[in-house]
Design a protein around this ligand. Structure first.
Ligand code: FPP
Length: 247
């Protein structure tokens, strides 16, 4: 695994990696275990990938932990996921601080169950001075919700006369999104063989490299993250230009 890590070019590590953690349920089913145990094992991957990202100098890691659509899962699974979240955040704060990880969150956070919301705010507050890596949890998140919210915010400012419609440019729009201040991800990973974006960071991934792997999330660890980064580094990012213009 150290070999893989040593192949990574430090200057070309993405500043921001976003991950759609998928396949916990299928991983558990394959092993004849309840789905919830898949989510529990998924927490191990969260820990390992966060550590790996810090080791290679990634500045922002965004994890899709709960989508707005996930509320339609069986109530027992939703409750279990929420408890796991509270438990994980509380249990990890000490390690996050030890490793210089700052916790942040995006999504409709106020609509989370009170205990989850409270644990989240505590985690954010207690890690706010860490500088090495920012771990952004997308919780009760939906990109369409986020884009609509930004649009509404800008429309309100325009209606009240504090913003001229002609001043609504990319920057103004980005400042109205919940990812304000966070650079766009250069690399988006989805595990479990699904090749969809599922309402995740639609605005922010305009130029992201997409990496899909058949590995289920509980089996995704350091080595798999390094492999994804190496794949990213082998690609040529042209941003609409031709190869010869890149030098
Ligand atoms: C997708 O697997 C995973 C989720 C919906 C939840 C992800 C949550 C965790 C890894 C645990 C908590 C995370 C943190 C950050 C504390 P799935 O259930 O959709 O799997 P399936 O597609 O195989 O059913």
């Amino acid at each position: 695994m150290n070999d893989l890590k040593s192949l990574i070019i430090p200057d070309k590590v993405p500043r921001h990696i976003a991950i759609i953690m998928d396949g916990n349920g299928r991983w558990a089913k394959q092993k004849g275990m309840p789905r919830v145990l898949g989510h529990r094992s998924g927490v191990k991957s969260v820990r390992e990938v966060t550590e790996a990202a810090g080791e290679i100098g990634v500045e922002y890691l965004t994890l899709y932990a709960f989508s707005t659509e996930n509320w339609s899962r069986p109530p027992a699974e939703v409750t279990a996921l929420m408890s796991l979240l509270v438990e994980t955040i509380r249990g990890e704060i000490r390690d996050l601080n030890k490793n210089g990880v700052r916790l942040q969150a995006i999504g409709n956070l106020e609509a989370l169950p009170k205990s989850s919301y409270k644990a989240l705010l505590e985690g954010i507050e207690q890690t706010k001075n860490n500088k090495r890596l920012t771990l952004v949890l997308a919780l009760n998140y939906s990109a369409k919700w986020e884009i609509l919210r930004a649009t509404r915010l800008l429309a309100e400012q325009a209606a009240s006369g504090t913003l001229r419609p002609e001043d609504i440019d990319e920057r103004a729009f980005e400042n109205a999104l919940s990812t304000r201040g966070i650079p766009d991800p250069e690399l988006l990973i989805r595990t479990s063989g699904e090749t969809r974006i599922s309402n995740f960071l639609l605005w922010q991934i305009a130029y992201a490299e997409l990496y899909f792997t058949p590995v289920f999330w509980p089996d995704f660890g350091k080595e798999q993250l390094f492999e994804a980064v190496l794949s990213y580094q082998r690609r040529e990012r042209r941003f609409g230009k031709i190869s010869e213009q890149l030098v």
